[in-house]
Design a protein around this ligand. Sequence first.
Ligand SMILES: [Fe+2]
Ligand SMILES: [Fe+2]
Length: 253
Amino acid sequence: MKLIGTRREFLRSSAAAAGTSLLLSACGRGTATQSEPRADEQASAKKENNEMGGEVTATEDLMREHGVLRRALLVYTAAAAKVRGEHSSVVADALQKTATLFRDFGEEYHEKKLEEAYIFPAVKKAGGLAATYADILIVQHASGREITDYILAVTRGAKLGATNSEPLAKAMDALVLMYRNHAAREDTIVFPAWKQTLTAEELDEMNDKFEDIEREQFGEDGYENAVKQIADIESSLGLADLEQFTAPPPPKP
Ligand SMILES: [Fe+2]
Ligand SMILES: [Fe+2]
């Protein structure tokens, strides 16, 4: 999905070839045909350099994953209001799908395979403000998993039971509040601090590593599929139309 692996290798080899050519030219030992990249190589390198959108960096990757999870939180907020008023099968099914996405994409991949494996150990080692957050963030991951277990369990049937409605709504509200705070701290403090622990070359390697992990976990198009899943869930609950959320004008002061 990220156009990195082979493209990067190609660019590296192109850059190496270009560097060799420059060196040969500077030493006056190369003929025009030996020292300059072939026209088709130059055209390919230019095309690859101009690939629409370019590559996705590791930190961009983490933050756009948060975007998917934030959309799941918006579903939970809307669903909390609905389950307090009705116990429809549509809501139960949408919540089962949302919690499954949160488990697979958020907890098992984003949290466990990336943050807990790479980000938190590095920022803890580096010290500073971000290091003080790492242990709290891990506790919150565990808390989120308990709530996801609960949502999965109570939405398994076709309909939500009346007795489950209020506890379910409260659990979703609590998860939303925690995770909004959690992801906002990661975006603004922890991920930038992690980036500071890496050289440009190491960050480049992490871009590749995160892509490999994503491919191992989901095959091709892991992120795109997650976006599609949350969009389908939003549609089922009438949340797909963005315009409905445009704020009305405030009252006159
Ligand atoms: Fe996290
Ligand atoms: Fe996160």
